[in-house]
Design a protein around this ligand. Structure first.
Ligand code: NDP
Length: 478
């Protein structure tokens, strides 16, 4: 039986777009449906606008540093509306590029929602049915609010990029990538940031020493970080203000800044697990993301969905229904843009180029764009200790640039080395531009470099990263 297309992709994010283009380049007839903006989370409401906001937020410290270096320069004020206009113009430009890339590859774009009618048929929101030999689900994920009365009053990361005005005070809930990055960004832009994390230390899953240093740095910059603390109650601040005497709440937030109609983003009164009460201009939930696997008709077709809502796939991104594949955050494997792109490429190679290609999820580097950044690849010290005898090489110091300006900020370079194979099992960097450094270190770690390979590499002097090749003695063996 002939199909209308060889491949129908649902979702125009990084993974879906790359898979479409590669399949089309291999000669496949491809269609793609996207009901929101082309580019997905990464381009429209994730990595890209986030990184531009990181850049914007780092200028606050520059006048102080510049003055220490002899510049006659005054502090300035940040103009959110002007930045936001430029930010959205840039996102529009990038979305246009994504569209043109798809057009240029011969992929037919449907700007509407799609669901599966059967294992080989996609139904669009307007009722059109398109048959496909293969269907690829690349619908990504979405931020989740905790199950708490009035949680709808809180913002999620998607909302931050759209704010009309910056709030004066924000309570960030969570201690993961998004919570820590957003706390640093907002703090850098001049917002008074309080952060609640329910666990003992932020950035669970990262190396303990690295987490500790990032947390210290965040506090030193003025983020009011509360560990072992969570939100237990929240309500619209105005409603509480009416009973403020009764409830003893601190209702000092600038409640005129944001809508007070009990809508998302209004000033919020909050009670925490330690009984403390306060109000904030806004609450930001950065409490995790959930896969977009619902309302696609998947389960009825026999596609297996996991406990967290993820589509269960094999090493080739194939679901339990042979004609249906899934890649990216909707599969909740490693939720990073470059991984979704890899999964999309491996899928296209497997299905349209006749080269079965499993996705390699080993030794994926990543960076948390806090201030300073945290770059990481491989095992943490805690994970490595559980597996085999290791040596730990670690140094923490005040980097030249900020130390000259009188700042106390410290950076950290850490290598975890196998005692038996001498391989570098993990590398952890806390420093300005750690994301850039870890990309390079990750090549060596992925190649299986030993500590001695690092040592025989000549240092680039004077840099922070030179410490990675000059640490002679382990600080401990474990
Ligand atoms: P994470 O899973 O990293 O963090 C979620 C945080 O919310 C954790 O600290 C978690 O605590 C906490 N949490 C969860 N539920 C609750 C609750 N009910 N009450 C209070 N706290 C809660 O998710 P993110 O949304 O930050 O990021 C999602 C993924 O997106 C990341 O894992 C990453 O893969 C990707 N990402 C990558 C970035 C990058 O590469 N720079 C940037 C942003 C996102 P606990 O630790 O106790 O579970």
């Amino acid at each position: 039986m002939g199909f209308d297309v060889d491949l129908f992709v649902i979702g125009g994010g990084s993974g879906g777009v790359r898979a479409s283009r590669m399949a089309a380049a291999a000669g496949a007839k491809v269609a793609l449906a996207e009901d929101s903006r082309m580019g997905g989370t990464c381009v429209i409401r994730g990595c890209v606008p986030k990184k531009l906001m990181v850049f914007a937020s780092t200028f606050r410290e520059l006048p102080t540093e510049a003055r220490a270096y002899g510049w006659d320069i005054a502090d300035g004020a940040f103009d959110w509306p002007s930045f936001r206009t430029k930010l959205h113009a840039e996102l529009d430009r990038l979305e246009g590029i994504y569209r043109r890339l798809l057009d240029g590859s011969g992929v037919t774009i449907h700007d509407q929602r799609a669901r599966l009618a059967d294992a080989h048929t996609v139904e669009l929101a307007d009722g059109t049915r398109i048959s496909a030999k293969h269907i690829l689900v690349a619908t990504g994920g979405r931020p989740e609010r905790p199950d708490l009365p009035n949680a709808h009053l809180g913002l999620v990361s998607d909302d931050i990029f759209l704010l009309e005005k910056l709030p004066k005070s924000v309570l960030v809930i969570g201690g993961g990538f998004i919570a820590c990055e957003m706390a640093c960004i907002l703090n850098g832009l001049g917002v008074k940031v309080t952060q609640f994390y329910r666990g003992a230390q932020i950035l669970r899953g990262f190396d303990d020493e690295a987490r500790g240093l990032v947390a210290e740095a965040m506090k030193a910059q003025g983020i009011d970080l509360h560990l072992g603390t969570n939100i237990v109650e929240m309500a619209e601040a105005r409603a509480v203000k009416d009973h403020a005497g009764e409830m003893g709440a601190d209702v000092s937030a600038s409640a005129d800044l944001l809508p007070t109609s009990g809508e998302k983003g209004c000033p919020v009164w909050v009670k925490s697990t330690n009984g403390h009460e306060a109000t904030f201009d806004a609450v930001l939930f950065a409490t995790g993301r959930a896969p977009n696997s619902q309302e696609l008709g998947l389960e009825a077709l026999g596609v297996k969905i996991g406990r967290r809502g993820e589509i269960v796939v094999d090493d080739y991104s194939q679901t339990a229904v042979p004609s249906i594949y899934a890649i990216g955050d909707v599969t909740n494997r490693v939720n990073l843009t470059p991984v979704a792109i890899r999964e999309g490429m491996a899928f296209a190679r497997t299905v349209f180029e006749g080269k079965p290609t499993p996705v390699d999820h080993e030794l994926i580097p990543s960076a948390v764009f806090t201030q300073p950044e945290l770059g990481t690849v491989g095992l943490t010290e805690e994970e490595a200790r559980e597996r085999e005898p290791i040596e730990v090489y670690c140094t923490s110091f005040r980097p030249m640039r900020s130390a000259f300006a009188g700042a106390e900020a410290r950076v950290l370079m850490k290598l975890i080395v196998s005692q038996s194979s001498r391989k570098v099992l993990g590398c952890h960097i806390v420093a300005p531009e750690a994301g850039e450094m870890i990309q390079m270190a990750a090549i060596a770690v992925k190649m299986g470099a030993t500590k001695e390979d690092f040592d025989r590499t000549v240092a680039v002097h004077p840099t922070m990263a030179e410490e990675l090749v000059t640490m002679r003695n382990p600080v401990r063996r474990a």
